[in-house]
Design a protein around this ligand. Sequence first.
Ligand code: IPM
Ligand code: MN
Length: 356
Amino acid sequence: MNKQLKVAVIGGDGTGPEVVAEGVKVLSEVAKLENIDLQLTPFDIGGERYLKTGVLISDEEIAELRNFPSILLGAVGHPDVKPGVLEQGLLLRLRFEFDQYINLRPVKLFPGVETPLANKKPEDLDFVVVRENTEDMYVGTGGWMKKGTPDEVATQVAIYTRKGCERCIRWAFEYARKRNNPKGKMVTLVAKTNVLSYGHDLWWRTFQEVGQEYPDIKLDYNHVDACCMWMVKNPEYYDVIVTTNMFGDIITDLAGILQGGMGVAAGGNINPEPGGTSMFEPMGGSAPKYTGMGVINPIATISATAMLLEQAGFETAGARVMKAIQAVTGTKMKSMAAGKMGYSTSQVGDLVCENL
Ligand code: IPM
Ligand code: MN
């Protein structure tokens, strides 16, 4: 009997639906080849619907999505919605509701893809960032006092819990073991212990403790500012980086541009617990100016589907998609930039299917 894979599909805003269509195309094709019983359920969620109905996401939708092991998300972000509303009300709500405590962002330079780094090749840029995804300044704790007056006080509190950092750090070590880097397994904690003496001391102590359980893996530490330097100068140094939510957000944009930009960078918001709902997305936004033109690069979304397959236990299918992506970037596409690929969005999807 074929194994079942249920995927909730949220195209979202702007170019989101266009790239998701290509992700779905590739997913459907690989499902056929690998005998996976793929069941896709579309959800109309995003800025457009919010403007029409005033609903960001309903409790019923949250309850329904909870039945899915995997969500494929295009993008949320609409030029007519105030910045922050969709980000917090949709994207962060989903991450928090489903306790997707891992944000996994692979940083890999695919063949044929241009990096802004001089003299760096695909073999030099191949690491992952494991970003904690439920705590830190993202929890929204804080407030104003005397708002709008010259005496205004604003607080924005970074919250770190032992449970939160421990489960993320442990997952990073497990992932390093699984990755089994032939150059040697290493987990680098990226934080700012020299300044954030409480919260990042918790991270540091937890990292040392959990690290003792993994004698086969080297423990490494970088301050976040130094990490930004090394990532540009010596990206080949890294294997697995584990870091806090806020710093992870920042360094993965840097990493994303090193691997060829938002057209290729993908991420997974993972709840690794049994029965957990994980969500996979391209890292770029909704790119409204390219909407409907068929010029946006779907590679990031297709690579998000490869991650989805891997997380859902279809590792062979995931690897197959990754290989096909690399064949297409390496031999076909002229550029990763929107409008410069030498192919339309849909043609790139077709090419990946042909190479599966
Ligand atoms: C990301 C994004 C989000 C984040 C925003 C849109 C809330 O930048 O996925 O990295 O900060 O996590
Ligand atoms: Mn970000």
